[in-house]
Design a binder for this molecule. Structure first.
Ligand SMILES: O=C(O)CCC(=O)C(=O)O
Ligand SMILES: [Fe+2]
Length: 188
């Protein structure tokens, strides 16, 4: 592993980001949960956000998934060197100032013994125009992002799932992000 994160700045255009938001909002909404596998729980103290799942089988999204797969491979080859086999559905996330949308410090992998496959690399895409919200900063524990980094619409960030991170409360407006995880044989 050579870095704690890898950023592709403005990899998607504002129009692409808006198109994704509009399309994602047509999907059924759920309350964001925490935990993995069968143990998913809703705990608003740790996480307050709404999620919508964008299916892997949706032909409309194939080109988009292909671009993500390509970037993921470049990020992994360049920065992490993990053994990754596949990636999950896209999670479209909504954080609203109205209910102080946030997600407290957490890791995305499970650190559970006996797992065959686990989340190893995480990805977040910044879909919202930064003028549309305040707060809602993604913070990384290891090698923190600078104040200007990962603030632009269309920015794509990859990091090891075990780099602890959080999203600070949204204090004005609404922030949308797109998240997915790349899995492979569990860390040993
Ligand atoms: O929305 C974000 O910026 C990150 C969300 C996150 O960490 C997660 O869903 O695991
Ligand atoms: Fe996360």
């Amino acid at each position: 592993m050579k870095a704690w994160w890898q950023l592709f700045s403005e990899a998607f255009t504002p129009a692409e980001c808006q198109g994704l938001i509009d399309y994602a909002l047509t999907h059924p909404v759920q309350q964001g949960s925490i935990g993995h596998g069968g143990a998913n729980k809703v705990n608003p103290n740790i996480r307050r956000s709404k999620v919508r799942w964008l299916g892997r089988q949706d032909a409309k999204l194939f080109p988009f998934y292909a671009r993500i797969a390509d970037m993921a491979e470049r990020a992994n080859n360049h920065a992490f060197g993990f053994d990754l086999r596949q990636f999950r559905e896209l999670q479209f996330t909504e954080y609203d100032a109205g209910d102080e949308g946030h997600y407290g410090w957490h890791e995305d992998n499970a650190w559970k013994a006996g797992l065959e496959v686990e989340r190893k690399m995480s990805m977040v895409i910044q879909l919202s125009d930064p003028a549309d919200y305040e707060g809602g900063r993604l913070e990384l524990q290891n090698d923190p992002l600078g104040p200007e980094q990962f603030t632009r619409r269309g920015d794509v960030l990859f990091f090891p799932a075990f780099n602890r991170h959080r999203v600070t409360p949204v204090t004005r407006g609404r922030r949308y992000s797109l998240v997915t995880w790349f899995t492979g044989p569990a860390f040993r």
